[in-house]
Design a protein around this ligand. Structure first.
Ligand SMILES: Cc1cc2nc3c(=O)[nH]c(=O)nc-3n(C[C@H](O)[C@H](O)[C@H](O)COP(=O)(O)OP(=O)(O)OC[C@H]3O[C@@H](n4cnc5c(N)ncnc54)[C@H](O)[C@@H]3O)c2cc1C
Ligand code: SF4
Ligand code: SF4
Ligand code: SF4
Ligand code: FES
Length: 680
């Protein structure tokens, strides 16, 4: 028998469905409610094709001689998109947990927490290294935007995700450290300028994709601001060294003491390599532009920290004024304390409430004896050749400015003078443009790169991290950009143009009321060395979790993200067909989760009522433990008399889980934290 399949005359067998015939000839038709082992039911409507003038379900339509079938016409695609829009409009779930969505690096926090809770630390590290090559370092210093969105806060407090990351990664570094595979060599070459978190990450992922990668860095060692900005007491460099050594062991070639603009040029690298990544950070200390800034004894914040890290700590004397309210100012003042300064002042023009520094850092600095002079601003540094005092303009708060913070306004004629031995200007950092000639700049003075492709105006040159677009940020943002850029560059090296695009995900709103049944369990805080002891040296102040604490803390995770995300056909097709349920938003059918069965977890709000599970139970297990119950809007899939699954005839065979096209059914691990099916 012959049909015309997408314009091609095709030999098919009588009795076949359109779906079977198409598949036999390599034509893909999406299905949600179909399984080859089970009689078709035609519930979802996703498999529609044009059969002559009609739209018919391919899974339930038999071929006939001379049939004319279009499987991907505009009308078909529109119809499938509509099916998906409608299904998603009554679908409630979180494809990805809110913590993960909030992480600029896209870390699967839920998954590594689950592995830690299970005591599987190498798997936890493997999960982290899917997105972060230096998790032990990041875990120690990350301001953890993930925790700010952690849903456990609706019960009592967020899960200690950053500390858990450091714990899991440290356990992995101890022995049998996870080492990822690299794809076979592609013969393509990439030069990465700058070996901070952005450059290291781009290099790591490009190497894993089989490319030859060389990093060039001006400093004696790699690590960027993690080494030369963040002090030892927050991030021991031995930890950073171990993580960098693992990247080197993958075959990334590292050249230190090589400065762009001197030993190498952008033009030279462009002609020598197939792609170039600029990741040179923001290495120029911003100036305050006050009289006396040129005096000796006045240092830029990052210059002071860098020289201290290099073992050349400047002479700061006994009394030090640190100007600024951000994390660099906190690192500078606490470093000054550790270098032996007896009176360390932080000069900040607003109040503590407006300080951009992390609250914990401010608290720890106060514990270490740092004195905060709020509502003061440097007016002049005075001295004869070297700084001897600083004159401060007293301020008050006025109306909110563009950032929403109340604007500091000088109080006319009110000044204060502090006798000092040195002044550290920690008010921010900027891009050093030396060697970056030819690159287009933003109005902020950073390298302009496309947000989706990381491309600069120069062919084959990409930019990531603090050097680009919005400028100085946090390390995990540079890591996230490095990884996304590696994907784009990999495609570019294979001659494909792609842009990084945030994938569509389903998200749901959860309130404290929804979690009212959860038992309260307080958050494990990181134990630290006492202030009296830690202020005398640069030893790491965090003591780390012990195994029991870490596993207990990780168990607090509520498993918000869909455990079936990696396999879910609904989300895969939603992306393929650019589904958008927003125009059809209305009342959703929220069904309670059913955790009554020892091995099967049901989340009815994710069910699309395709009925495949019930048909599988019947056809493959001869059991009929579940079926479609109710009518109309309240229809659901469940056991007879709406009994919990645990009280039904279900024998736990898992056939329903196997066929379910969404995450509505999941096979759980009894007595243990669930780990989502692998994303790979
Ligand atoms: C004092 C301080 C404290 C911070 N604390 C935190 C924190 O607690 N948590 C957090 O998440 N973030 C923190 N940050 C921010 C974080 O360190 C940066 O966002 C991050 O390091 C940026 O990564 P990057 O790879 O873009 O650049 P960088 O880390 O700056 O790395 C750039 C690299 O390029 C190299 N380079 C520069 N110019 C050249 C050149 N011309 N030729 C060759 N090589 C060159 C540098 O040597 C360096 O290795 C802090 C920053 C500072 C300054
Ligand atoms: S079932 Fe699919 S679409 Fe729904 S939340 Fe899970 S992964 Fe997302
Ligand atoms: S409870 Fe767990 S999955 Fe949910 S947001 Fe917090 S860490 Fe993420
Ligand atoms: S639970 Fe059953 S009816 Fe619901 S989506 Fe899964 S297979 Fe279909
Ligand atoms: S209607 Fe054909 S696969 Fe669902």
């Amino acid at each position: 028998m012959k049909i015309l399949l997408n314009g091609i005359e095709t030999e098919v067998t009588a009795g076949q469905t359109v779906l079977e015939a198409a598949r036999e000839h390599g034509v893909e038709i999406p299905t949600l409610c179909h399984d080859d082992r089970i009689a078709p039911y035609g519930a979802c409507g996703l498999c529609v094709c044009e059969v002559g003038p009609k739209l018919l379900r391919a899974c339930a339509t038999k071929v006939a001689d001379g049939m004319v079938i279009e499987t991907a016409s505009e009308r078909v695609l529109r119809s499938r998109k509509f099916v998906l829009d409608m299904l998603l409009s009554d679908h409630t779930g979180d494809c990805v947990a809110p913590c993960s969505l909030a992480c600029p690096g896209g870390t699967d926090c839920q998954k590594y927490a689950a592995y830690i809770a299970r005591g599987e630390y190498h798997k936890a590290a493997e999960t982290m290294k899917d997105v972060i090559p230096i998790p032990a370092s990041i875990g120690r210093i990350c301001p953890h935007p993930c925790e700010k969105k952690c849903r456990r806060a609706l019960v009592e407090e967020p899960v200690s995700l950053a500390a858990l990351k450091a714990f899991g990664a440290d356990m992995d570094l101890k022995e049998n450290t996870f080492v990822p595979d690299c794809l076979p060599d592609t013969g393509k070459t990439v030069a990465v300028i700058g070996g901070g978190p952005g450059g290291l990450t781009a290099a790591y992922f490009l190497r894993r994709k089989g490319h030859t990668v060389q990093i060039f860095d001006k400093m004696p060692k790699l690590g960027g601001m993690l080494r030369y900005g963040i002090p030892e007491y927050r991030l021991p460099k031995a930890v950073l060294d171990k993580e960098i050594a693992l990247i080197e062991a993958l075959g990334v070639q590292m050249h230190t003491g090589v400065k762009l603009g001197e030993a190498i040029t952008l033009e030279g690298l462009q002609s020598e390599y197939d792609a170039v990544v600029v990741a040179t950070g923001a290495w120029v200390s911003s100036k305050m532009r006050v009289p006396g800034e040129e005096l000796s004894g006045v240092y830029g914040g990052i210059d002071f920290l860098r020289e201290t890290a290099l073992g050349n700590a400047p002479e700061i004397g006994k009394t030090v004024a640190v100007c600024g309210g951000g994390n660099t100012a906190m690192d500078a003042c606490r470093t000054a304390v550790r270098l032996g300064a007896e009176n360390v002042y932080v000069i900040y023009r607003r109040t503590r409430d407006e300080m951009p520094a992390e609250q914990a850092e401010i608290e720890e600095a106060i514990e270490e004896g740092v004195q905060f002079k709020f509502l003061t601003n440097p007016d002049a540094i005075l001295g004869d050749g070297c700084a001897q005092s600083i004159r401060l303009q007293c301020m008050e708060l006025g109306a909110p400015d563009a950032s929403g913070r109340r604007k500091p306004v000088p109080i006319e004629g009110k000044f204060e003078t502090l006798a000092v031995d040195s002044v550290i200007m920690a008010i921010g950092q900027k891009t050093d443009f030396a060697g970056l000639d030819g690159l287009e700049m933003t109005s902020r003075g950073t390298v302009l790169a496309d947000e989706g492709t990381f491309k600069t105006n120069l062919e084959g040159v990409f930019a990531v991290g603090d050097v680009s677009n919005k400028g100085a940020d946090i390390a995990i943002s540079a890591v996230g950009e490095g990884r996304k850029a590696a994907d784009v560059i990999d495609a570019y090296l294979h001659g494909i143009e792609i842009a990084y695009k945030k994938p569509f995900v389903c998200e749901k709103t959860v309130t404290a009321e929804d979690l009212a049944d959860r038992a309260k369990q307080s958050r494990a805080e990181m134990p630290v060395v006492s202030a009296a002891e830690r202020k005398t040296n640069f030893g790491e102040m965090a003591l780390g979790f012990d195994e029991e604490t870490a596993r207990k803390e990780a168990s607090r995770c509520l498993e918000c993200g869909c455990l079936d995300y990696a396999q879910c056909k609904l989300i895969r097709y939603a992306r393929q067909y650019n589904a958008d349920p927003a125009p059809y938003a209305g009342t959703k059918n929220i069904r309670k989760k059913d955790d009554s069965h020892p091995v099967i977890l049901r989340d009815g709000s994710k069910c699309i009522l395709c009925g495949l599970c019930a048909r599988a139970c019947d056809a493959l297990e001869n059991l009929s433990a579940i079926g479609l119950i109710g009518r109309g809007f309240t229809t659901e899939v469940g056991a007879q008399f709406r009994l919990p699954l645990g009280e039904s005839a279900c024998n736990g065979c898992g056939k329903c889980v196997e066929v379910c096209p969404t995450g509505a059914l999941y096979r759980k691990t009894e007595g243990q934290k669930n780990v989502a099916v692998d994303r790979k």
